[in-house]
Design a protein around this ligand. Structure first.
Ligand code: IVH
Length: 692
């Protein structure tokens, strides 16, 4: 038998945990750290394990999901769960027609005042009836046929936003709350991401996610699905003091009891208020954190609702006003590719024109080859296209039953587009990459602007003044097609451009001229070879010493370079295998771009060759960038975190966890003075200094 003390403690813990739950899941404003919450939760679990008689149906420990069920028991609703009439006219006239019907039924004419309405969102999930007896959640059921639903109490308890106990000292004997269980878009995306990573099946859309979770026989699985809830009405009510007289006051009262109620709702007079709400929500539909189906208008006063009554199973006092559909059926007329700024080939379905989400859609993205394969989209197929807001329309699924007979062939990007449709350079798909790409980075018109901006950037050829506005103009007017053309620009051409005074044109020409004397590392980086960043470019320059050696390098040669793996090696080979790129490189050299060359393989000569260093804290004189350059010039490599492979940590003032980690792992530690001493050109004791 549990002592009075244990009982009091369990009750207090329950109250406190539910308070934190409410703050976290409903108000989105956590009140304690997760660890503290876990501690309270474990204490309650332990108490209940020791005294099973203390377990109550509203205990937060009951949210984790119990034993799998064989099936759902039928539940007869005390008050039938109705549906709402849907207004399919998505224009303002739809709202006016509803208001006109209501006024007519109430016997109002033009001289009477406008009717007060409550307008709210039509949530896109699963309708649920929550039954609270004396303030405790005792049962939850789906709508079913409206008369009889399914008992989903166990699964509903796993939805953290639903209170297991109402926040009221003298609760009504019976209070049934009706509302929608749904999945937020971010929760849906996150859940699917996790499933994909685990190689498990994903949910089709948030609505199916919510409905499928609640109708899941194993509550432990339901418990893992992140669900939300909003109340929109009442079922049976017994003994509720001060029962509200309007719909809006009811929702306000439910919110006070701790039941989640959506803030996106208004009350207003007549059709004008309804139309304003419809327009406002339509404009913000895509920014809402969850999917909606439309909006719902309700006559606000309950006495007027009673007066209006029902037709068949639909109340005359409510209507669902839809938005234009976001998904429609159409057919795929063809599949083409678009070349993006980075050279990625994106497959695009050309569609028979269809009106979706308020606009006519004729193209939809197919993302990449994997997506085409996964959805098995073929020319001639009937498909569902989806357009949500400003997002690019996409093909959601193929209606396989409507596929032409004989079936059209599968679509393969590399087979259909062995060369780039923009420039004729060859197309490749590197291992581990989703996109097929054009390899003509220096030559392809689709990649021109991006390539030029990168070429001119500070860490590449460092042509000051050649920014995006200018690149836009030069490319759009056909003055520059490849980086080689930059070296042919003259004062007259430049001065003729918008926002280009003679002075700045002259400055730009000087910068272009100066850039001709560069380094091999900068030049390699400037080429914009995929997967070749600044530090790889430096390694390549150091290793090969000359551009021609790099161009002639085999995969094995490239793999011998520090940090170059198969993907980087392939990227380099593909780049130089494209004659268009070699042509541009030759023109650049012919225009006078030059750099000192060497015999290569110098990295072993550096005092830090093969060593990995980590910088931490503030050094007395060197900036982090300067220290890095010096270390790299001596053949060393700078890494971001300390591990067993780290050779030295260079620590300055306020060095934190990295220094501690180095000490823990026994990694040698240098200060700036020691580093500089080591790097002195004539340091003969270098090796000794490094021998700790
Ligand atoms: S009121 C008597 N309000 O729409 C009116 N329903 O066809 C009862 N729904 O399955 C429903 N959001 O799940 C109401 N704000 C809202 C709603 C809403 C979504 C769903 C509900 C029901 C269907 C009605």
């Amino acid at each position: 038998m549990a002592s009075p003390g244990a009982l009091a403690r369990a009750t207090a813990l329950r109250r406190e945990i539910e308070r934190h739950n409410y703050a976290y899941y409903v108000l989105d404003a956590p009140t304690i750290p997760d660890a503290e919450y876990d501690r309270l939760f474990r204490e309650l679990q332990a108490l209940e394990a020791e005294h099973p008689e203390l377990v109550t149906p509203d205990s937060p420990t009951q949210r984790v999901g119990g034993k799998p069920l064989d099936g759902f028991a039928p539940v007869r609703h005390a008050v039938p769960m109705l549906s709402i009439r849907t207004e399919t006219d998505t224009e303002a006239s739809g709202a006016r027609a509803f208001d006109a019907r209501v006024r007519k039924e109430l016997g109002l004419d033009e001289t009477d005042l406008p009717v007060e309405y409550a307008a709210e969102l039509k949530f896109d999930g699963l309708a649920i009836n929550l039954r609270y007896e004396h303030g405790v959640l005792v049962a939850a059921a789906t709508r079913g046929d409206g008369e009889t639903g399914e008992d989903v109490t166990q699964n509903i308890r796993t939805v953290h936003a639903i209170p297991l106990r109402l926040a009221i000292d003298t609760p009504p004997a019976v209070l049934e709350v009706r509302g929608e269980v749904f999945m937020r878009r971010d929760d849906f995306e996150r859940y699917n991401e996790r499933q994909r990573e685990a190689g498990k099946p994903t949910l089709v859309n948030p609505r199916n996610g919510a409905a499928g979770s609640i109708r899941q026989l194993d509550p432990a699985i339901a418990a893992q699905r992140p669900l939300s809830f909003f109340a929109y009405g009442l079922g049976e009510v017994q003994g509720w003091n001060n029962t509200p007289a309007t719909h809006s006051a009811t929702l306000d009262a439910l919110a006070v009891l701790g039941v989640p109620v959506c803030g996106e709702r208004i009350t207003g007079l007549g059709a004008t208020a309804l139309i304003a709400f419809h327009d406002d929500i339509a404009a913000r539909r895509d920014q809402l954190p969850f999917d909606i189906d439309g909006v719902v208008y309700k006559v606000n006063r309950f006495d007027l609702q009673r007066e209006l009554g029902f037709v068949t199973r639909e109340p005359r006092w409510a209507v669902a006003h839809k938005f234009p559909a976001q998904e429609e059926l159409t057919t795929v007329l063809g599949i083409e590719v678009q070349v993006g700024r980075t050279g990625a080939l994106t497959p695009v379905a050309r569609l028979a024109p269809v009106f979706v989400g308020g606009v006519t859609v004729t193209n939809a993205t197919l993302h990449n080859q994997d997506e085409i394969d996964r959805k098995d989209v073929r020319v001639g197929d009937t498909v569902i296209v989806r357009r949500a807001g400003d997002v690019i329309p996409e093909v959601v699924a193929v209606m396989l039953g409507k596929r032409p007979d004989p079936a059209p062939p599968r679509f393969n990007i590399l087979q259909s587009y062995p060369v780039c449709p923009e420039c004729g350079s060859h197309v490749v798909r590197l291992e581990g990459e989703a996109a097929a790409r054009c390899t003509g980075g220096l030559y392809c018109p689709a990649q021109r602007k991006q390539a030029l901006l990168h070429f001119a950037s500070r860490r590449a050829m460092d042509i000051e003044g050649l920014g995006d506005k200018l690149v836009d103009q030069l490319v759009d007017r056909g003055l520059v097609r490849t980086p080689a053309n930059v070296y042919k620009l003259n004062l007259e051409t430049l001065a003729g451009l918008e926002r280009m005074a003679e002075k700045s044109a002259a400055n730009l020409l000087t910068a272009i001229e100066t850039s001709k004397a560069t380094t091999l590392a900068r030049f390699i980086f400037a080429l914009g070879i995929r997967n070749v960043g600044e530090s790889t470019a430096r390694d390549l320059a150091l290793h090969f010493g000359s551009l021609d050696k790099l161009i002639a390098a085999t995969e094995a040669d490239l793999l011998a370079v520090r940090d170059v793996g198969p993907i980087v090696a392939q990227s380099i080979i593909q780049f130089f295998a494209e004659p268009h790129n070699l042509g541009v490189v030759e023109k650049l050299r012919a225009a006078g771009v030059h750099w000192p060359e060497s015999t290569g393989l110098q990295q072993s000569a550096g005092i830090l060759a093969g060593k990995t260093l980590v910088l931490t804290g503030t050094l007395p004189t060197l900036t982090r960038e300067a220290a890095k350059e010096k270390i790299e010039a001596a053949g060393g490599k700078v890494a971001g975190s300390v591990s067993k492979k780290t050779d030295y940590v260079v620590a300055g003032a306020e060095a934190g966890s990295k220094l501690a980690k180095a000490q823990e792992l026994g990694v040698a530690i240098l200060d700036e003075a020691r580093l500089l001493a080591l790097l002195k050109p004539n340091n003969k004791n270098g090796q000794h200094a490094l021998d700790f």
